[in-house]
Design a protein around this ligand. Structure first.
Ligand code: AGP
Length: 613
């Protein structure tokens, strides 16, 4: 999964490209490169292993001139991170240069055919195959755009491509299939990018290219074509995010900024969707009639990582609210287990990026079997949102930190809203229950703020006692069991400490053998109908010398008598507690990782959106 960028305009392209690539670094950062076409059409490529700052050093003082350029920041999928494997890639002549995000699944067969035809390859990447394929096509097809789309038709897999060619100065061709690509429009020139933050400092007007579409981009024109090369008119979307929003706003890391944004993000996800008069819920992009909804006998939810944990909470909510079975699957498993799906099945996918390959494939599998597909997603115009039958947007704003935080709490907020929406549709949720949930939801943003104001320092202080540990266990029950999984994932992916989440009741079936004073146990012990059970669990652990970090409800004095450390959350109805218990586990992971000197926003081996299988 990578970030691509491109520019054709009136200004010198080098600095613009470097700036754009820096805003895409969260998408991949093991190598980077740019290619610039000078006025004489000659293309100069500069590439290197490592972060974009290495590329910046490489081109400093080189006086790279040109107003047409493409650039790339890489997350390796084929070929290790190296200068040679860094994009952009070129054909034998160096006259066609390309950047690519995605995976070409038939690259091996194409490479052997092209090599047999005399092409010389300089990298191990799948991408370079496209450059040589295009070199052959351009020998007979002189129209640059037609040549690109003809070459692309031979590709299997996923791609967002930006291509420049010496014989077509001032032109950039873009084409996409299964990988995101936006076109930015401005008076000083036009842009392509894998994601909006890359173009935000230059324009708020973007076009989302769809699968099978291509574009010819010049400094003063953008033409978009459908898969049959018919010119089409595309909607211009206005981005409300300003460049600063997508930056860190003074926080040390995007992750901390985004943890603090949760009050606003949850607020905005709820905004305009609750009618307090009758405690009903409505969505701007999704509506099913009661008659439509009646036909669905089964709900599947599927996602990856943190979004999967949101689905696990959603299961509790939907089964309780709708009284129909709701199954939750990890997307990479769902798509291969041939689940029983037909037109009486409703399949909900949850995804921050809307581009996660496994979740997208699971959604397509469900659609192919006749299911109604609904996606809960944070990125306007992402592939999942364009392919699903229904969309519920989380309004978390750009989530740049690789570790998902505000997107998660917004996914939960959307799932609570959906529970009320469906519960009322189905007539299975009494108005009283709907009112309790909606009124409780509306109080949550202030409770988030209260927690952060009052408990962030305590959480940071607690992290000092445990940041050197090598193993953690997280335990929770019922609707907070998924939060034990989520807390463990947050710690794993940001601090590289081994951590496991477990249903608390399972301790006696094995994990209690692990208990010693070297393995801290984070226990979610908030006031709930399983509170007493959780107290017994942490007593058992203490009796065996374990160290307990408890997340408890403010005013709870019992837990403090047993636990070594306590983080208090404000009083909240148990069913709504996951949105609040999320924040201490996020903060604990953040501060432990900070003390361990980890690369918190860009953890090793990870990328923000995994658009490869
Ligand atoms: C979460 O902190 C991780 N970065 C990762 O598990 C993520 O949740 C997963 O890759 C799913 O991404 P998505 O929500 O964009 O589909």
């Amino acid at each position: 999964m990578c970030g691509i960028a491109g520019y054709v305009g009136k200004k010198q392209a080098a600095a613009i490209l470097i700036d754009s690539l820096k805003r895409l670094e969260y998408r991949g950062y093991d190598s980077a490169g740019i290619a610039i076409a000078g006025d004489n059409g000659k293309i100069t490529r500069k590439r290197c292993k490592g972060k974009i700052s290495n590329l910046e050093k490489l081109i400093r003082g080189k006086n790279l001139k040109g107003t047409t350029a493409v650039g790339h920041t890489r997350w390796a999928t084929h070929g290790c991170p190296s200068d040679e494997n860094a994009h952009p890639h070129a054909d034998c002549s160096g006259r066609t240069v390309i950047v690519h995000n995605g995976i070409i699944e038939n690259h091996a067969s194409l490479r052997s055919a092209l090599s047999a035809a005399g092409h010389k390859f300089n990298s191990e990447t799948d991408t370079e195959v496209i450059a040589h394929l295009l070199e052959d096509v351009l020998k007979s097809e002189k129209d640059f755009l037609k040549a690109v789309t003809s070459a692309a038709s031979k590709l299997e897999g996923s791609y967002a491509l930006g291509i420049i060619n010496s014989d077509n100065p001032g032109e950039l061709i873009a084409v996409r299939k299964d990988s995101p690509l936006v076109i930015g429009l401005s008076a000083d020139g036009n842009f392509i990018a894998s994601d909006v933050p890359a173009v935000l400092p230059y324009t708020k007007e973007v076009i989302y290219l769809e699968d099978g579409q291509s574009a010819r981009i010049k400094k003063d024109s953008v033409e978009v074509f459908d898969s049959s090369l018919k010119k089409i008119k595309k909607k211009i979307s206005k981005i409300t995010w300003d460049p600063v929003t997508a930056e860190k706003q003074g926080y040390r890391h995007f992750m901390l900024k985004e943890i603090h944004e949760q009050q606003r993000a949850v607020q905005e996800t709820l905004l305009g969707r609750i009618n307090r008069g009758d405690s009903s819920v409505s969505f701007e992009d999704f509506n099913l009639t009661a008659k439509d909804f009646k036909k669905y006998k089964k709900i599947f939810m599927t996602a990856c990582g943190t979004a999967y944990h949101a689905c696990l909470v959603g299961k509790f909510l939907l089964e309780d609210g709708l009284k129909i079975p709701c199954e939750v699957d990890i997307a990479s498993e769902f798509r291969y287990r041939n689940p029983p799906i037909d037109d009486t099945t409703l399949v909900i996918t949850v995804s921050q990026s809307g581009e996660t390959a496994d979740t997208l494939a699971a959604m397509r599998e469900a659609a192919s079997k006749g299911a109604y597909t609904l996606t809960i997603c944070n990125v306007l115009g992402s592939t999942m949102t364009r392919e699903a039958d229904g969309v519920i947007y989380t309004h978390a704003g750009p989530e740049i930190g690789v570790a998902s935080t505000k997107a998660f709490t917004c996914q939960l907020a959307a799932l609570y809203l959906l529970t009320v929406y469906f519960g009322r549709l189905r007539g299975s949720m009494p108005v009283k229950q709907a009112r309790e949930m909606t009124e409780g939801l509306l109080k949550l943003p202030l409770k988030i703020k209260k927690f952060l104001d009052e408990q962030e320092q305590a959480t940071e202080k607690i992290s000092h006692n445990y940041f050197k540990k090598n193993d953690f266990l997280y335990i929770g029950r019922h609707v907070n069991y998924p939060l034990a999984l989520e807390g463990a994932l947050k710690l794993k992916e940001t601090s590289y400490i081994h951590a496991e989440g477990y249903p608390s009741g399972e301790m006696k079936h094995g994990p209690i053998a692990l208990v010693d004073e070297e393995m801290p146990i984070v226990a979610i012990v908030n006031k709930s109908f399983v509170y007493e059970k959780m107290l017994s669990n942490i007593q058992e652990i203490k009796a065996r010398g374990g160290k307990i970090i408890a997340i408890a409800t403010e005013g709870d004095t019992e837990t403090a008598k047993i636990a070594d450390d306590v983080i208090y959350i404000p009083e909240v109805p148990e069913i709504l507690s996951p949105i609040l218990t999320s924040i201490p586990v996020q903060l604990l992971a953040y501060y432990i990782s900070l003390l361990r000197g980890c690369d918190i926003d860009q953890p090793r081996n990870l990328a923000k959106s995994v658009t490869v299988e």
